[in-house]
Design a protein around this ligand. Structure first.
Ligand code: FEO
Ligand code: CA
Ligand code: CA
Ligand code: CA
Length: 623
């Protein structure tokens, strides 16, 4: 376990002012460099990024994908100057990806365009190294690899190998091609990466009768899926339904003749072993099927089960906890058959969903057959076996009376006291008719909040409080419940991470690309703030933990370029390099420099990118 944070841990930088310039802003004495923007080759099989959008699907398969999101740094032999960076590629901007945007020919997407889009999604593992203060990709490293929305993956846990997942590609239902819309991430105590499938459902279309679970999770009813990938079906080059599979309408031919079950292979947390370049990514279906944002694990204790927390990012959705059946054995952290360790802890266990009570207590409700829900019926009576419950995780959570939240995004675990934090990004649909609840107490919650809880040992109970309420500095006290000022006003918290010292990093995705619709968006670009939280037990139990008396401890460390969201967090073990991602900028980075702070005067297409932040004196960041 991590040591207690040193008592003298203090933030050693002054809070930044708001910024609306089209470049990154860091505190004095810090640098920010652009690393691995979309289209950067990771090996010699790709041509360099072309500013006119002419790279091929094969180039993309061997380059960084688009729209970087969750991320983690895996050191090589404990190094802080060399390691593997795992980066999620959440979605695409088809206008930037293709020379003249996406095209349709006779109602069909050209196969090459679709392949390029499929390859721009997924995950990149890149070997990176710092040389003379500058991080770069180690080209052609054996570790460099891409997972895309077409890469074969295993389906493990209760849903894998069942009738739910049998397709023409995998007649026994144990495999699926690809991972989609990988947003937040997690890691495990045994050194693997978890990538979370979030807004995958809309990529599939079912123009027939959508079963209840497809409706509940948002599979498109048509006429097309989000990217119209299915329209490329029957192209002469199509391999085993590579495009047809996104149309999951039943044809009457049977589940291993049509692609009805393809969609059941998506919606999971996917485990990747970055250290083994031959390993196969594995979807851990026991951890539920929904719009997973990320995944944080509880502080491991020898001889006790492990817990993993994951938000379901949609309005009024829930937060989940998976508890392993196996008890934690610290020796497993050293094993090199990491996906076998993953199978031990992640394929068998119990999924729970949270209910938050008014008195600051809460309860984890088990999504297993014996749990009683509506009308005195059990989940087994209502849904059937465990695989059927998990396929419709949202429906099962509705049935047992979970607390509907204001868009649960990332979770993070305090390294020493084990408190779990969760961003609730916003919910503009919470109104008089939906009502509020104790954990989501503001109507028209445009600003979002951060909640936290602490599980009671050996029980399904927890206690919780609200850590900070987002707000603009000028709002009245009913809205600005944490007393935020110009120096730390924030809205739409999303990315969230603790570093191993106990500093909490809060990143925002305030929808600025949609037109600066709230007062914080009108005051600043998206940002990252830092704070050293006290334990939940220190809270007074009334009002937010960050309040007018102590809000100065929450400091703005970084502001991003125009229209971009700030997401993804990684740090080297010595805390001297910090990595974050700039997602969906409008005109950044500047084309002729790697300095991320330069205000862009581009006329070429924008590129989502990782940014590396260091101090000019080389010392640890933020302290
Ligand atoms: Fe992809 Fe919920 O952010
Ligand atoms: Ca997010
Ligand atoms: Ca978001
Ligand atoms: Ca995003």
């Amino acid at each position: 376990p991590d040591p207690e944070p040193p008592a003298k841990l203090k933030l050693g930088f002054e809070s930044l002012p708001t910024s609306m310039t089209d470049g990154c802003v860091v505190p004095p004495g810090y640098t920010a460099h652009v690393l691995a923007p979309w289209g950067t080759p990771i090996n010699d099989n790709a041509l360099p990024w072309d500013q006119n959008g002419n790279n091929s699907s094969s180039d993309l398969l061997n380059s960084m994908g688009m729209h970087h999101d969750g991320m983690h740094f895996f050191p090589l032999e404990g190094s802080s100057t060399e390691g593997l960076l795992a980066v999620n590629h959440e979605y695409i901007d088809a206008n930037a990806l293709h020379p003249n945007g996406p095209t349709l020919v006779d109602g069909k997407r050209p196969a090459e365009e679709v392949r390029k889009e499929i390859n721009a999604h997924g995950v990149a593992i890149i070997h990176i190294r710092r040389d003379q203060g500058r991080w770069d990709i180690v080209q052609n490293s054996r570790y460099n690899r891409r997972f895309t929305s077409a890469t074969p993956m295993k389906l493990a846990g209760p849903i894998g190998g069942t009738d739910w997942t049998k397709t023409p590609f995998s007649p026994n239902g144990t495999q699926v091609r690809g991972t989609n819309n990988n947003c937040g991430n997690g890691t495990t105590p045994w050194g693997t990466y978890i990538t979370a499938e979030e807004n995958w459902a809309a990529c599939f279309v079912n123009t027939g009768n959508r079963p209840a679970h497809q409706q509940r999770v948002g599979v498109s009813s048509g006429p097309t899926g989000r990217y119209q990938w299915e329209t490329a079906a029957q192209d002469p080059s199509e391999v085993l339904g590579e495009f047809a599979r996104f149309n999951v309408t039943e044809t009457g031919a049977g589940p291993t003749e049509d692609w009805r079950n393809e969609v059941n292979g998506f919606g999971y947390l996917v485990e990747i072993d970055p250290y083994d370049p031959t390993s196969i990514a594995t979807k851990r279906t026991s951890m539920g099927r929904f719009a997973h944002e990320g995944c944080a694990y509880s502080k491991p204790e020898a001889g006790k089960p492990l817990a993993f927390y994951s938000g379901d990012d949609s309005r009024f959705e829930y937060v989940y906890r998976f508890v392993s059946e196996a008890n934690w054995d610290p020796k497993d952290a050293q094993r090199t058959d990491r996906l076998a360790v993953g199978a031990k802890y992640l394929d068998k266990g119990t999924l729970y969903v949270a209910r938050f009570n008014e008195d600051g207590s809460g309860e984890w409700l088990a999504l297993t057959g014996t749990t009683v829900g509506k009308n005195g019926r059990t989940l087994a009576q209502e849904f059937g076996s465990l695989d059927a419950i998990l396929i419709n995780t949202r429906g099962a959570a509705d049935f047992v009376g979970a607390t509907p939240m204001d868009r649960p995004e990332w979770t993070a675990t305090h390294p020493s006291n084990g408190d779990i934090y969760l961003t609730l990004t916003n919910n503009t649909s919470r109104n008089a008719s939906t009502g509020t609840n104790p954990a989501n107490p503001r109507l028209n919650n445009v600003n979002g909040h951060v909640i936290r809880w602490h599980d009671e040992a050996d029980s399904n109970k927890f206690k919780w409080d609200i850590f900070v309420f987002g707000s603009d500095a000028g709002a009245d006290a009913d809205t600005n419940l944490s007393g935020l000022t110009d120096l730390n006003q924030l809205a739409s918290p999303d990315g969230l991470a603790f570093d191993s010292r106990g500093i909490l990093w809060i990143q925002t995705d305030n929808g600025i690309d949609g037109g600066r619709k709230n007062n914080v968006a009108r005051a600043t670009n998206d940002q990252m703030l830092a704070v050293i939280p006290g334990a939940l037990a220190d809270s007074t139990g009334t009002g937010p933990a960050i309040n007018a008396a102590n809000q100065a401890e929450l400091r703005r460390f970084f502001v991003g370029p125009n229209e971009a969201e700030i997401t993804g967090f990684a740090m080297t073990p010595d805390h001297t390099s910090l990595f974050l991602n700039i997602q969906h900028p409008s005109n950044w980075p500047a084309y002729d420099t790697q300095d991320a702070t330069v205000v862009s005067m581009n006329t070429v297409r924008p590129r989502s990118s990782t940014v590396v932040i260091q101090r000019t004196d080389g010392k640890p960041i933020a302290v």
